[in-house]
Design a protein around this ligand. Structure first.
Ligand code: ADP
Ligand code: ZN
Ligand code: ZN
Length: 749
């Protein structure tokens, strides 16, 4: 009888292997393997950890199949639901299955898998007082054993093998063996936990819900109680400050009472200490947090707490959708319209909102999408009955929505005001500061000047690696490329024509900050953007100072638009709304509406009403008009019409292909070949391009792109996969060409 064969993802850990391998199941393991289990397999000349995925087909003639060595029982298996989710993710986003499997394990855990093959952790198995007595006795007789026990005592009773060897020398190996034999030590899994909070939460009694909140919660509860097959995802459309977060907390409480777990996704930049403390104040130690501000070790510890079931709630950014829970009852996606839910640059380029929907389906959990400005796609699903729409129209406590004034910057120029602040914004700032209140100024560009232009030849100073203008930074007094981080000194003469008439143009946040200081020398200004928040903890420090009112005006990029809840902010200024409006992207109007609405929502969240001043050269634009009236419905209608005319989402699905390489001609030829290949395989949708990408050169590589458009994403993805599998040899072999595939792109630059 032929041996049973197993499909194994090998070394999900270290290598970028994108193949699955076939191994033989040894008689001792027949009937004992379950998908998601870790096994030890021979690979090349070494042993590696592999993930058993299921039975395999017989390999082609002539391929030798080696047997699985054994189980790695000290690494817990991956739940079946997550394996299924990874498979779905790979299929949907056209990545390999191993690449999707890597999403299930944080980097540290992947390293750990490799480590467990070679090393152990040891834990002291004696009570502290006994250990101390023993150390005394051993000191003369067996000093190394004493040193070993002492080291463990001083390190919370545990240490890794490699750590002991490093600290106590190679000669510690025998004492470890001896101590194990005598039962003083046990080999253990790592148990020490780093606490990313470092403090104890303050618990607060929940507020009494408003009537509107009560009704919304009742709708959510209805869905929670419904049998999974009748359950509908909920789209919670609530204006800024309507108390959505409070509803999340109530719904989470309800699923916990059912004994199930909850995942709450939040955009990275709104995972502020403020947000986290609201969850911890309600649920204390039952909450784990996953975000990029944690060190790799902290992330790993949080992940372990989740996996061991020590917590029942995860609040986290995009990747938390793969949190290793096994009984999820509720998945919340806050600010569901946010583009940071899309992974970019590394396959699989998944959208966490879509993965959340699939995970909810697989686990029979309720999905709640929440936003003041739902993505057009999401609202369309609510309108067409796929989602249940739940609305919060009012702010809590009858607080009014802020008044929004659009200021036409062309008028300002005509009347001789060349400042970056309109008269209206200056007056509003002065009134706010005089009243002892706070303001937020938003501009979606960092740096001092956004570009430097030669007045003689009209050319801007470009990055040598990218087809992008360099930005002037005053603090460092240099030019920087915001795409590749290239830096250069500021030239005195034009590098193109040698003219000395070069001019600094356009303002970024650094300039806004400087102008404020110049106009109002007595006020306290802080700036929050990528440049001021590189250090760990800097982001929190800026927000905490603002919360304590040690800062009067907070200037910032997108970072200041989300999730902030400061009751003394009564003024919000949008320094230039046009920066997003003019992007070459079909979602430019939507993004502008969202940004303006969200940042406006930071004003007037306390007792005093708020106001908003939006500066623009296009005050008549429908997205600004609608945002100024807090009229989502009007924006939605108008934008939906435009999308329908152009056949863009939600009326179609897109797949974006980018071909990049050093030699432009090779890039263009490859792009043509990709198009031909798709046509040959009868791709059923529309193929746009190839054409140079909107940023035609990036980090030294030329870029061409193709946009595929079609009605059914599953069909499109399957067709593209089949075509690429057939055509692989044609261009993948050449190392100088890179092809990236983005299904459902959010950014097509
Ligand atoms: P959103 O997420 O909709 O912008 P939040 O949940 O941040 O709104 O709520 C805005 C503010 O109102 C917060 O300070 C929150 O603590 C407070 N809040 C929420 N619900 C109530 C309530 N029922 N009574 C009093 N205050 C509330
Ligand atoms: Zn010039
Ligand atoms: Zn660059």
């Amino acid at each position: 009888m032929a041996a049973e064969l197993a499909q194994v993802a090998v070394d999900v850990a270290a290598a970028e292997t994108d193949r699955l391998f076939t191994y033989e199941v040894p008689p001792s393991l027949v009937g004992k393997l379950q998908p998601g289990q870790w096994v030890k397999v021979p690979f090349g000349h070494r042993w590696v950890a592999g993930l058993y995925l299921g039975p395999a087909e017989a390999p082609p003639e002539g391929v030798t199949v080696k047997p699985i060595q054994g189980l790695l029982s000290d690494i817990p298996p991956i739940p079946a639901v997550l394996l299924a989710l990874a498979r779905w993710t790979a299929r949907r986003y056209l990545s390999t299955y191993p690449a999707a499997l890597r999403l299930l394990l944080p980097a540290e855990a992947r390293r750990e898998q490799v480590r467990t093959l070679r090393e152990h952790w040891y834990r002291l198995a004696l009570p502290e007082d006994e250990a101390r007595v023993l150390i005394q006795r051993l000191q003369a007789r067996a000093p190394r054993q004493a040193a070993l026990l002492l080291y463990l005592l001083e390190n919370q009773g545990q240490a890794a093998h490699s750590e002991l060897v490093r600290r106590l020398g190679e000669g510690i190996r025998d004492p470890i063996k001896a101590a194990l034999q005598k039962g003083w030590l046990v080999a253990a899994e790592q148990v020490r936990r780093r606490d990313p909070f470092g403090d104890r939460p303050v618990t607060l009694p929940p507020p009494v819900l408003t009537r509107e909140q009560e009704e919304a919660l009742a709708s959510i509860q209805q869905e929670l109680m419904a049998p999974p097959s009748f359950r509908q995802p909920v789209l919670l459309h609530g204006v800024t400050g309507s108390g959505k977060t409070e509803l999340f907390l109530r719904a989470i409480q309800a699923v916990r009472e059912q004994g199930r777990q909850a995942i709450c996704l939040v955009p990275e930049i709104s995972l502020t200490p403020q947000m986290i403390s609201r969850f911890r104040a309600r649920f204390g130690p039952a909450v784990a947090v996953l975000h990029s501000g944690l060190s790799a070790g902290e992330k790993y510890d949080e992940w372990q707490r989740i996996r061991r079931g020590e917590v029942s709630i995860v609040v986290g950014a995009r990747s938390a959708i793969f949190a290793p829970f096994d009984n999820v009852g509720l998945i919340i996606v806050d600010e569901e319209h946010e583009s940071s839910y899309k992974q970019e640059g590394q396959a699989p380029c998944y959208h966490a909102r879509e993965v959340a929907e699939e995970r909810a389906r697989l686990e029979g959990a309720l999905l709640v999408l929440a936003s003041a400005t739902p993505a057009l796609e999401s609202f369309y699903k609510a309108e067409t009955g796929l989602y249940r729409l739940v609305t919060l129209e009012h702010r809590v406590d009858q607080r009014p929505m802020p008044s929004v004034q659009l200021v036409d910057m062309r008028e300002e120029l005509r009347s001789g005001n060349r400042s970056i602040f309109s008269r209206a914004l200056q007056e509003a700032l002065e009134e706010t500061l005089a009243a002892g209140e706070q303001a937020i100024l938003f501009l979606n560009r960092r740096g001092y000047n956004t570009f430097i232009l030669c007045r003689s030849c009209g050319q801007a100073i470009m990055c040598p690696n990218c087809a992008v203008a360099m930005t002037y930074h005053l603090g460092e007094n240099h030019l920087a490329c915001h795409y590749c981080e290239h830096q250069a000194p500021v030239p005195r003469v034009c590098p193109h024509c040698g003219s000395k008439y070069i001019r600094h143009m356009g303002a970024g946040t650094e300039r806004v900050e400087a102008e404020l200081r110049r106009l109002y020398p007595h006020i306290r200004v802080a700036r929050m953007d990528v440049d001021t928040t590189r250090r760990k903890g800097a982001h929190a420090a800026i927000l905490e100072a603002f919360a304590r009112h040690e800062t009067d005006v907070l200037v910032g990029t997108q970072m200041v638009t989300k999730g902030l809840d400061f009751p003394e902010v009564t003024l919000v200024g949008v320094v230039l709304a046009d920066t997003t409006l003019n992007l070459p992207d079909f979602r430019a109007a939507e993004r502008t509406f969202q940004l303006v609405t969200q940042v406006a929502g930071r004003a007037g969240r306390g007792r005093k009403p708020g106001r908003v001043v939006v500066q623009t050269y296009q005050p008549e634009h429908y997205s600004l008009q609608a945002a100024s009236r807090h009229d989502y419905a009007a924006f939605y209608r108008r934008e939906l019409e435009a999308r329908e005319q152009l056949g863009y989402p939600p009326f179609s699905h897109l797949i974006h292909l980018v071909i990049a390489g050093e030699a432009e001609s090779r890039v263009r030829e490859t792009a043509e070949a990709v198009r031909a290949l798709l046509a040959e395989h009868r791709f059923s949708g529309e193929i746009l391009g190839p054409a140079p990408a909107p940023i035609p050169r990036l980090r030294g590589l030329y870029r061409y792109h193709l946009v595929l458009k079609g009605a059914d994403l599953t069909t499109m993805a399957a067709q593209v996969r089949a075509a690429f599998a057939a055509g692989r040899g044609r261009w993948r072999r050449s190392r100088d060409i890179r092809l990236s595939v983005d299904v459902g792109p959010v950014n097509m630059l």
